[in-house]
Ligand binder design. Structure first.
Ligand code: NAP
Length: 276
């Protein structure tokens, strides 16, 4: 199957991820994998798309579980010799009125949105084939949260030389500062989701730089994006966009044509590169 193209979407049993799979099934010339941490919810979602005449494949994937990520890596390597499109969409957010202590929200949110996404990238990016496309679903909230960071933190997050290790250290420090209730005193914004998405956007900038350095001739394009404010279980019924509309920018980045030389290493919203 190494000549069959393959796309993987994380957290795609519902919401924006589900709509991304739907659009890829319609537009991507290859196998599309709907993944879910819960196989029951995943198979149910596959069935829904089959009823629409679409044919996604399914693989279990919990981005919080390294064994689950590695099982997917082995599967992709053995069956397809790698992968062509990776969309890191899985994410969580506590509701605004959730009374869970901030320290817990910080740890749990960062665990999935930043560390889980990073673990996927560590395991799967080496498998991405030439002309591959990688999309990390971040949020405009990453930009607004960046604006609320101290000047020193902003400088670090905007740096063109920050390393992945340095970013991991900063994200770890945020969780530790939150546990000691000193995060605001240390210049962090009071939003765990916002900091986790700063992590996703900055990680994408670093990964794109690494691809430039190590795999220049492979023409891989990697970006972070915001889907917009979308009606899903996460964002609620008042959001203006449908999940299919929320899928538009991630799918645009996933299907950038083979002769495109950008965007790459950018934060993209409404198909438009944003200033970071
Ligand atoms: P959603 O409806 O809550 O869907 C989130 C998906 O992620 C679900 O399939 C969920 O699976 C999955 N997920 C969560 N933790 C996971 C894990 N550890 N491993 C694998 N899958 C996991 O949310 P959404 O609105 O579609 O959000 C999708 C992405 O867009 C997120 O990254 C979110 O931060 C981002 N985003 C959303 C909006 C918005 O307005 N909706 C705006 C900006 C950015 P379960 O069903 O098992 O929980």
């Amino acid at each position: 199957m190494s000549n069959v193209r393959v796309a993987v979407v994380t957290g795609s049993n519902k919401g924006i991820g589900f709509s991304i799979v739907r659009a890829l099934c319609q537009q991507f010339p290859g196998h599309v994998y709907l993944t879910a941490r819960d196989p029951g919810r995943g198979q149910e979602a596959v069935k829904k798309l089959e009823e629409e005449g679409l044919h996604p494949f399914f693989h279990q994937l919990d981005i919080d579980d390294l064994q689950s990520i590695r099982a997917l890596r082995v599967f992709l390597k053995e069956k397809y010799g790698g992968l062509d499109v990776l969309i890191n969409n899985a994410g969580i957010a506590f509701k605004v009125n959730d009374t869970t202590p901030f320290a817990v929200q910080a740890e749990v949110t960062l665990k999935t949105n930043f560390f889980g996404t990073r673990n996927i990238c560590t395991e799967l990016l080496p498998l991405v084939k030439p002309y591959g496309r990688v999309v990390n679903v971040s949020s405009m909230v990453s930009q607004s949260a960046l604006g609320k960071c101290s000047g020193e933190l902003q400088q670090k997050f905007r740096s063109d030389t920050i390393t992945e290790d340095e970013l991991v250290e900063l994200m770890t420090t945020f969780v530790e500062d939150a546990k000691k209730s000193v995060h605001e005193k240390k210049g962090w914004p009071n939003t765990a989701y916002g900091v986790s998405k700063i992590g996703v956007t900055v990680l994408s900038r670093i990964q794109a730089r690494m691809l430039n350095e190590k795999r220049k001739g492979d023409h891989i394009l990697l970006n972070a994006c915001c889907p917009g404010w979308v009606r899903t279980d996460m964002a609620g019924p008042k959001a203006p966009k449908s999940p299919d509309e929320g899928a538009v920018t991630p799918v645009y980045l996933a299907l950038l044509p083979s002769n495109a030389d950008g965007p790459h290493g950018q934060f993209v919203s409404e198909k438009t590169v944003q200033t970071w």
